[in-house]
Design a protein around this ligand. Structure first.
Ligand SMILES: [Zn+2]
Length: 258
């Protein structure tokens, strides 16, 4: 999937439409809907099968295209409760954007006399596992059942469900090593109490929050300009953000009593 074609049709109207469509979706499905908006030429089912790190690399690319490279977030220190203001650059945390053929590779793991061919989990797998109500162990077994393509013990085929816990654990480690972008951790140190801790960074959640804020601001701009000039929503949205802001400044200026 080429990046050259990405964002060609990404107007304020298209982004607002995608934001509206994604309202009320669970986080995994929401991320897929946003990727589909950004790369409309890519077959929708492709996103659900992309390994999570590769998917998140695309979400970072989308975030950068919409909002630039700055990531600002607040984290509470788990030891003393101090609110830490984090200012990061996407380049500090984003997974590497890997070529398609490398992403599509099906790894083989040999461990304790077992040989496994598997694929890295994607959004579809997480959605399927989350839909199955049950404990964490059941979710892992279900994920392994979906992602292990062939399992052999001493050359004989066996069911993925029959793999011993030690092999399952080794497989999970292997999956994490081969798709490090699937679980982004930020190492932090609290300036108030010195406590060191780690926080998971989820670009899907972060992107959605920024998109919500942007949509609220944009709708307020449409409202202000529609009231002032009688312009329609498509007309206001066809203006660049800079021109919208300039007009709003003029409206506010002329509203100030002399
Ligand atoms: Zn602290």
């Amino acid at each position: 999937m080429s990046l050259d074609h990405a964002f060609g049709a990404l107007s304020a109207q298209a982004v607002l439409h995608a934001w509206e469509q994604a309202q009320g979706l669970p986080p995994q499905q929401r991320a897929l809907a946003l990727l589909q908006m950004a790369w409309p030429d890519v077959a929708p089912q492709r996103w659900g099968t992309l390994p999570l790190g590769a998917r998140d690399a695309r979400l970072f690319t989308l975030f950068e295209a919409l909002f630039g490279p700055a990531l600002e977030t607040l984290v509470d220190c788990p030891a003393c409760g101090e609110a830490l203001e984090l200012s990061l650059h996407t380049a500090d945390v984003r997974p590497e954007l890997r070529p398609d053929d490398e992403v599509a590779e099906q790894p083989r793991l040999q461990c304790d006399g077992y040989e496994l061919d598997y694929r890295l989990p994607g959004s579809d797998d997480l959605i399927a596992v989350q839909q199955a109500a049950g404990d964490a162990g059941a979710a892992v077994r279900q994920l392994i059942g979906r992602c292990v393509l062939h399992a052999r013990q001493a050359g004989q085929p066996i069911a993925p469900q029959a793999l011993p816990p030690a092999v399952v654990e080794r497989l999970q480690q292997d999956m994490a090593q081969r798709d490090p972008g699937a679980d982004i951790r930020i190492a932090l140190s609290c300036p108030a109490c010195g406590h060191g801790f780690e926080r998971r960074f989820d670009i899907g959640d972060y992107l959605w929050q920024e998109l919500e804020d942007w949509a609220e601001r944009t709708l307020a701009e449409v409202h202000a300009l529609a009231c002032a000039y009688g312009w329609s929503e498509p007309v206001v949205l066809s203006l660049s953000a800079m021109r919208r802001r300039r007009y709003i400044a003029m409206v506010q200026q002329s509203a100030v009593p002399a």
